[in-house]
Design a protein around this ligand. Structure first.
Ligand SMILES: NC(=O)C1=CN([C@@H]2O[C@H](COP(=O)(O)OP(=O)(O)OC[C@H]3O[C@@H](n4cnc5c(N)ncnc54)[C@H](OP(=O)(O)O)[C@@H]3O)[C@@H](O)[C@H]2O)C=CC1
Ligand SMILES: CC(=O)[C@@H](O)[C@H](O)COP(=O)(O)O
Ligand SMILES: [Mn+2]
Length: 379
């Protein structure tokens, strides 16, 4: 029986993690759940899965759910609550399914407590990859990727001699606007941007897919997870999202991981690694699909990806600024404050005003993150 805490249980990854758990109740036990503001769903989840502790984002939300929870459920709240939930429950695995770099302190708390991490929250690695990976190494904690591309690469590298690795290829669907020119991006609506062709995901990551910032974040995530240089990371447009990513070895042999686009597969793999068990998902039928398509990435069409490579290579504070500026710009686009093309403009503008600095501590990261957020809110 694996004991699991989910940070962000009411979101897209969180609810799919609970689907996986519900499908195999003999194997998994939920011990902790956290939500932001969706109190109704959190209550339903707590009644069904009976965690010993739940965390809400605010005191008000915690008070609102308290009387509806099963007797004995402990309720905590806020950033400190999340840190406590991540580190102090009896969990074996903490699934980080919160959106954004706000997930960093809780992820680090889980690592400090020696919990295995099922990592969906890629922004954590983008903003502070060097700190997270170093702490995980010191504590002997495994970080198992949930992000579909990184799960694919992780599976492709299983049992391989890492010295023989040539290159990683991350596949990209192209997002909601993949068949539009840059000219046709002017004036696109939030609803159009949220219409991802292959995956049903939270709003922020869906917008990131459309700008290709998602792939940019994933490039930096891959750098940290697999200890590869940016020159070893390649991005390929693959509209069907069937090949989730692949690796090439020095003998030019290529190993890929394929499957229908369903996050429950990589989520379950992270929970059961290194073992595999049946999932409630569909099966891949390549004959029925017939053809798969690929095209080379166009960095002029997708400047957010170019900027991510530049920030990754620059290192130090650059990825923190990239991530924070993107988070704010996406939130502003979703709120109707700025246009779609203002997202990339905001990131580029904030980066241009930032002299790259050393960020060796969490305090330094927080300072840069906060500066970039303030800048992105006004440019
Ligand atoms: N969705 C997907 O398929 C994939 C997602 N990812 C990554 O996984 C992470 C989660 O994505 P996704 O599930 O789509 O996001 P969602 O927006 O669907 O879910 C986010 C979760 O975070 C919670 N949350 C929001 N605000 C706060 C807050 N202030 N404090 C604490 N919790 C909060 C939400 O709670 P509430 O709803 O109650 O407000 C919700 O549970 C992201 O980093 C994303 O990039 C990676 C690969 C695929
Ligand atoms: C499901 C998943 O892992 C997402 O990050 C997905 O990759 C988004 O799709 P694209 O970024 O390829 O559009
Ligand atoms: Mn992904």
């Amino acid at each position: 029986m694996k004991k699991i805490t989910i940070l962000g249980s009411t979101g897209s990854i969180g609810t799919q993690t609970l689907d996986v758990i519900a499908n195999d109740p003999e194997r998994f036990q939920v011990v902790g759940l956290s939500a932001g503001s969706n109190t109704d769903l959190l209550i339903q989840q707590a009644i069904r899965f009976k965690p010993s502790i739940v965390c809400l984002s605010t005191k008000e939300a915690a008070e609102a759910v308290a009387s509806s929870l099963p007797a004995g459920t402990r309720v905590i709240y806020g950033e400190q609550g999340l840190i406590e939930l991540a580190g102090e429950t009896e969990a074996d695995i903490v699934v980080t399914a919160i959106m954004g770099s706000r997930g960093l302190p809780a992820t680090l708390a889980a690592i400090e407590a020696g919990k295995m991490i099922g990592l969906a929250n890629k922004e954590t690695l983008v903003t502070a990859g060097h700190i997270v990976m170093e702490r995980a190494k010191q504590k002997g904690v495994s970080i198992i990727p949930i992000d579909s591309e990184h799960s694919a690469i992780f599976q492709c590298l299983n049992g391989e001699d890492r010295r023989s690795l040539n290159q990683l290829t991350l596949t990209a669907s192209g997002g909601s606007f993949r068949d539009r020119t840059r000219e046709q991006l002017k004036g696109v609506t939030v609803a159009e941007a949220l219409n991802h062709p292959n995956w049903s995901m939270g709003a922020k990551i869906t917008i990131d897919s459309a700008t290709m910032a998602n792939k940019g974040l994933e490039v930096i995530e891959a750098h940290w997870l697999f200890d590869v240089t940016y020159d070893q990371i390649h991005v390929l447009v693959h509209p069907e999202s069937i090949i989730h990513s692949y690796v090439e070895f020095t003998d030019h042999s290529v190993i890929a991981q394929l499957g229908l686009p369903d996050m429950r597969v990589p989520i379950q793999y992270a929970l059961t690694y290194p073992h595999r068990y049946p999932t409630p998902t569909g099966r891949l039928d390549l004959a029925a699909i017939g053809k798969l398509h690929f095209r080379e990435m166009d960095f002029e069409r997708y400047p957010c990806l170019r900027l991510a490579f530049e920030c990754g290579k620059a290192g130090q504070s650059a990825p923190t600024v990239y991530n924070a500026a993107n988070e704010v710009a996406v939130a502003r686009f979703l709120a109707g404050e700025i246009e779609f093309l203002d997202i990339e403009r905001t990131i580029e503008e904030v980066l241009s005003r930032h002299p790259v600095t050393v960020v060796d501590t969490l305090e330094a990261i927080a300072e840069v993150d906060s500066w970039a957020r303030q800048m992105a809110a006004t440019v």
